[in-house]
Design a protein around this ligand. Sequence first.
Ligand code: PXP
Length: 250
Amino acid sequence: MNDYVGHLRLGVNIDHVATVRNARGGGVPEPLRAARVAEAAGADGITAHLREDRRHISDADIDALSAELTVPLNLEMAATPEMQAIALRHKPHAVCIVPEKREERTTEGGLEVAQDENRLAHFIAPLRDAGCRVSIFIAADARQIEAAHRIGAAVVELHTGAYCDAHAEGRFADRDAELERLREMSTFAHSLGLEVHAGHGLTYETVKPVAAFPEVMELNIGHYLIGEAIFVGLDASIRRMRALMDEARA
Ligand code: PXP
Protein backbone atom coordinates (compact mmCIF):
# COMPACT_ATOMS: atom_id res chain seq x y z
CA MET A 1 0.00 0.00 0.00
CA ASN A 2 2.75 2.37 -0.98
CA ASP A 3 0.82 4.27 -3.61
CA TYR A 4 1.02 7.51 -1.63
CA VAL A 5 4.82 7.58 -1.39
CA GLY A 6 5.43 10.40 -3.79
CA HIS A 7 7.57 13.46 -4.22
CA LEU A 8 7.85 15.27 -0.91
CA ARG A 9 7.10 18.92 -1.56
CA LEU A 10 9.03 21.73 0.10
CA GLY A 11 7.12 24.92 0.83
CA VAL A 12 9.53 27.73 1.68
CA ASN A 13 8.11 30.21 4.16
CA ILE A 14 9.45 33.69 3.41
CA ASP A 15 7.91 35.56 6.37
CA HIS A 16 11.24 36.38 7.94
CA VAL A 17 12.61 38.07 4.85
CA ALA A 18 9.80 40.53 5.53
CA THR A 19 10.78 40.63 9.22
CA VAL A 20 14.26 41.85 8.26
CA ARG A 21 12.83 44.36 5.78
CA ASN A 22 10.41 45.71 8.37
CA ALA A 23 13.19 46.19 10.91
CA ARG A 24 14.19 49.22 8.82
CA GLY A 25 10.82 50.08 7.35
CA GLY A 26 12.03 50.26 3.76
CA GLY A 27 11.64 47.99 0.76
CA VAL A 28 14.58 45.60 1.16
CA PRO A 29 15.14 42.70 1.39
CA GLU A 30 12.17 41.93 -0.83
CA PRO A 31 10.12 38.80 -0.05
CA LEU A 32 9.26 38.42 -3.74
CA ARG A 33 12.95 38.25 -4.62
CA ALA A 34 13.42 35.57 -1.95
CA ALA A 35 10.48 33.66 -3.41
CA ARG A 36 12.11 33.71 -6.84
CA VAL A 37 15.39 32.41 -5.42
CA ALA A 38 13.44 29.71 -3.58
CA GLU A 39 11.69 28.66 -6.78
CA ALA A 40 15.03 28.39 -8.57
CA ALA A 41 16.51 26.39 -5.65
CA GLY A 42 13.79 23.76 -5.85
CA ALA A 43 10.94 24.99 -3.66
CA ASP A 44 7.67 23.44 -4.76
CA GLY A 45 5.67 26.27 -3.25
CA ILE A 46 5.92 29.50 -1.31
CA THR A 47 4.28 29.94 2.06
CA ALA A 48 3.50 33.31 3.61
CA HIS A 49 1.61 34.14 6.81
CA LEU A 50 -0.37 37.37 6.64
CA ARG A 51 -0.76 38.11 10.32
CA GLU A 52 -3.50 40.30 11.68
CA ASP A 53 -0.87 42.80 12.96
CA ARG A 54 1.11 42.64 9.65
CA ARG A 55 4.32 42.24 11.62
CA HIS A 56 6.10 40.62 8.67
CA ILE A 57 4.22 39.89 5.42
CA SER A 58 2.14 42.85 4.18
CA ASP A 59 -0.93 43.06 1.98
CA ALA A 60 1.30 44.39 -0.80
CA ASP A 61 3.53 41.31 -0.44
CA ILE A 62 0.51 39.06 -0.96
CA ASP A 63 -0.50 41.11 -4.01
CA ALA A 64 3.00 40.76 -5.47
CA LEU A 65 3.34 37.05 -4.68
CA SER A 66 -0.10 36.29 -6.12
CA ALA A 67 0.71 38.13 -9.32
CA GLU A 68 4.27 36.93 -9.88
CA LEU A 69 4.82 33.43 -8.52
CA THR A 70 5.08 30.48 -10.88
CA VAL A 71 4.81 27.94 -8.03
CA PRO A 72 1.73 27.60 -5.80
CA LEU A 73 1.18 30.09 -2.97
CA ASN A 74 0.15 28.73 0.41
CA LEU A 75 -1.44 31.60 2.35
CA GLU A 76 -1.36 31.06 6.10
CA MET A 77 -3.95 33.03 7.99
CA ALA A 78 -6.19 33.17 11.03
CA ALA A 79 -9.88 32.32 10.70
CA THR A 80 -11.13 35.91 10.69
CA PRO A 81 -13.56 37.63 8.31
CA GLU A 82 -10.83 40.03 7.16
CA MET A 83 -8.49 37.19 6.17
CA GLN A 84 -11.29 35.26 4.51
CA ALA A 85 -12.06 38.28 2.31
CA ILE A 86 -8.39 38.63 1.35
CA ALA A 87 -8.13 34.93 0.50
CA LEU A 88 -11.29 35.06 -1.59
CA ARG A 89 -9.91 38.03 -3.50
CA HIS A 90 -6.62 36.29 -4.33
CA LYS A 91 -7.78 32.65 -4.44
CA PRO A 92 -4.32 31.21 -3.63
CA HIS A 93 -3.64 27.57 -4.42
CA ALA A 94 -3.79 26.74 -0.70
CA VAL A 95 -5.00 28.39 2.47
CA CYS A 96 -3.64 27.13 5.78
CA ILE A 97 -5.74 28.11 8.78
CA VAL A 98 -3.57 28.80 11.83
CA PRO A 99 -4.29 30.00 15.35
CA GLU A 100 -3.07 33.51 16.06
CA LYS A 101 -2.47 35.37 19.26
CA ARG A 102 -1.19 38.91 19.17
CA GLU A 103 1.25 38.41 22.03
CA GLU A 104 2.91 35.27 20.63
CA ARG A 105 6.26 35.43 18.90
CA THR A 106 5.35 32.67 16.46
CA THR A 107 2.46 30.26 15.94
CA GLU A 108 2.77 28.49 19.26
CA GLY A 109 0.27 25.68 19.03
CA GLY A 110 -2.14 24.06 16.66
CA LEU A 111 -5.66 25.24 15.97
CA GLU A 112 -8.39 24.14 18.38
CA VAL A 113 -10.70 22.66 15.76
CA ALA A 114 -12.66 20.25 17.91
CA GLN A 115 -14.18 23.02 20.05
CA ASP A 116 -14.87 25.38 17.16
CA GLU A 117 -16.11 22.95 14.54
CA ASN A 118 -19.26 24.66 13.46
CA ARG A 119 -17.71 28.08 12.96
CA LEU A 120 -14.68 26.64 11.15
CA ALA A 121 -16.84 24.51 8.85
CA HIS A 122 -18.69 27.66 7.78
CA PHE A 123 -15.45 29.61 7.56
CA ILE A 124 -13.72 27.23 5.15
CA ALA A 125 -16.71 26.40 2.94
CA PRO A 126 -16.42 29.51 0.72
CA LEU A 127 -12.66 29.01 0.44
CA ARG A 128 -13.20 25.46 -0.79
CA ASP A 129 -15.90 26.67 -3.18
CA ALA A 130 -13.41 29.22 -4.55
CA GLY A 131 -11.03 26.36 -5.38
CA CYS A 132 -8.51 26.82 -2.56
CA ARG A 133 -7.06 23.71 -0.96
CA VAL A 134 -7.81 24.21 2.71
CA SER A 135 -5.29 23.01 5.23
CA ILE A 136 -5.67 23.13 9.01
CA PHE A 137 -2.60 23.56 11.22
CA ILE A 138 -3.07 21.30 14.22
CA ALA A 139 -1.24 19.39 16.91
CA ALA A 140 -0.67 15.69 16.21
CA ASP A 141 -3.82 14.75 18.09
CA ALA A 142 -6.51 12.32 16.95
CA ARG A 143 -9.36 14.53 18.23
CA GLN A 144 -8.18 17.50 16.19
CA ILE A 145 -7.55 15.37 13.09
CA GLU A 146 -11.04 13.90 13.25
CA ALA A 147 -12.53 17.37 13.64
CA ALA A 148 -10.50 18.71 10.69
CA HIS A 149 -11.83 15.82 8.64
CA ARG A 150 -15.42 16.47 9.71
CA ILE A 151 -15.31 20.16 8.76
CA GLY A 152 -14.22 19.22 5.24
CA ALA A 153 -10.54 20.20 5.17
CA ALA A 154 -8.50 18.57 2.40
CA VAL A 155 -5.23 18.79 4.29
CA VAL A 156 -3.92 18.79 7.84
CA GLU A 157 -0.55 20.30 8.64
CA LEU A 158 0.88 18.69 11.76
CA HIS A 159 2.76 21.01 14.14
CA THR A 160 6.35 19.80 14.54
CA GLY A 161 7.29 22.49 17.09
CA ALA A 162 7.19 20.27 20.20
CA TYR A 163 9.42 17.69 18.48
CA CYS A 164 11.91 20.34 17.35
CA ASP A 165 11.97 22.12 20.72
CA ALA A 166 12.64 18.85 22.56
CA HIS A 167 15.55 18.15 20.20
CA ALA A 168 17.01 21.65 20.61
CA GLU A 169 16.77 21.41 24.40
CA GLY A 170 18.39 17.97 24.54
CA ARG A 171 15.25 16.27 25.88
CA PHE A 172 15.73 13.25 23.66
CA ALA A 173 13.17 10.95 25.26
CA ASP A 174 10.52 13.67 24.78
CA ARG A 175 11.72 14.24 21.24
CA ASP A 176 11.38 10.59 20.38
CA ALA A 177 7.90 10.46 21.94
CA GLU A 178 6.85 13.52 19.91
CA LEU A 179 8.23 11.94 16.77
CA GLU A 180 6.29 8.76 17.46
CA ARG A 181 3.13 10.78 17.97
CA LEU A 182 3.73 12.54 14.62
CA ARG A 183 4.29 9.19 12.94
CA GLU A 184 1.09 7.65 14.31
CA MET A 185 -1.01 10.70 13.59
CA SER A 186 0.32 11.00 10.02
CA THR A 187 -0.86 7.44 9.42
CA PHE A 188 -4.19 8.13 11.11
CA ALA A 189 -4.86 11.33 9.13
CA HIS A 190 -3.94 9.58 5.90
CA SER A 191 -6.32 6.71 6.72
CA LEU A 192 -9.17 9.26 6.86
CA GLY A 193 -8.28 10.48 3.38
CA LEU A 194 -6.59 13.69 4.50
CA GLU A 195 -3.42 14.90 2.80
CA VAL A 196 -0.72 15.28 5.45
CA HIS A 197 1.72 18.18 5.70
CA ALA A 198 4.06 19.08 8.55
CA GLY A 199 6.09 22.03 9.71
CA HIS A 200 7.28 24.48 12.32
CA GLY A 201 10.78 24.74 13.70
CA LEU A 202 12.33 22.18 11.33
CA THR A 203 16.11 22.34 10.87
CA TYR A 204 18.79 20.31 9.10
CA GLU A 205 19.03 18.19 12.27
CA THR A 206 15.33 17.51 12.67
CA VAL A 207 13.98 17.33 9.14
CA LYS A 208 14.91 13.79 8.09
CA PRO A 209 12.80 11.67 10.48
CA VAL A 210 9.70 13.68 9.55
CA ALA A 211 10.52 13.66 5.84
CA ALA A 212 10.77 9.88 6.03
CA PHE A 213 7.10 9.43 6.98
CA PRO A 214 5.55 8.15 3.75
CA GLU A 215 2.20 9.86 4.38
CA VAL A 216 3.74 13.33 4.63
CA MET A 217 3.41 15.08 1.29
CA GLU A 218 4.71 18.55 2.11
CA LEU A 219 6.96 20.29 4.63
CA ASN A 220 6.70 24.02 5.23
CA ILE A 221 9.95 25.49 6.49
CA GLY A 222 10.95 29.11 7.02
CA HIS A 223 12.81 30.53 9.98
CA TYR A 224 15.78 28.15 9.91
CA LEU A 225 16.27 28.52 6.15
CA ILE A 226 16.28 32.30 6.33
CA GLY A 227 18.70 32.16 9.28
CA GLU A 228 21.07 29.81 7.44
CA ALA A 229 20.86 32.09 4.42
CA ILE A 230 22.76 34.73 6.42
CA PHE A 231 25.77 32.41 6.37
CA VAL A 232 25.52 30.48 3.12
CA GLY A 233 22.96 32.33 1.00
CA LEU A 234 19.31 31.46 0.44
CA ASP A 235 19.89 29.29 -2.61
CA ALA A 236 22.40 27.09 -0.75
CA SER A 237 20.33 26.84 2.42
CA ILE A 238 17.27 25.67 0.48
CA ARG A 239 19.23 23.24 -1.67
CA ARG A 240 20.72 21.60 1.41
CA MET A 241 17.27 21.19 3.00
CA ARG A 242 15.92 19.79 -0.25
CA ALA A 243 18.81 17.28 -0.41
CA LEU A 244 18.19 16.13 3.18
CA MET A 245 14.50 15.65 2.42
CA ASP A 246 15.34 13.63 -0.68
CA GLU A 247 17.83 11.48 1.25
CA ALA A 248 15.22 10.76 3.92
CA ARG A 249 12.71 9.79 1.28
CA ALA A 250 15.04 7.58 -0.76
N1 PXP B 1 3.77 25.86 9.01
C1 PXP B 1 2.96 26.73 9.64
C2 PXP B 1 1.50 26.47 9.63
C3 PXP B 1 3.48 27.89 10.27
O1 PXP B 1 2.64 28.75 10.88
C4 PXP B 1 4.86 28.13 10.19
C5 PXP B 1 5.43 29.38 10.80
O2 PXP B 1 4.85 30.49 10.22
C6 PXP B 1 5.67 27.21 9.51
C7 PXP B 1 5.10 26.07 8.95
C8 PXP B 1 7.13 27.41 9.36
O3 PXP B 1 7.76 27.39 10.61
P1 PXP B 1 9.28 27.80 10.71
O4 PXP B 1 9.38 29.22 10.26
O5 PXP B 1 9.59 27.60 12.15
O6 PXP B 1 10.05 26.87 9.82
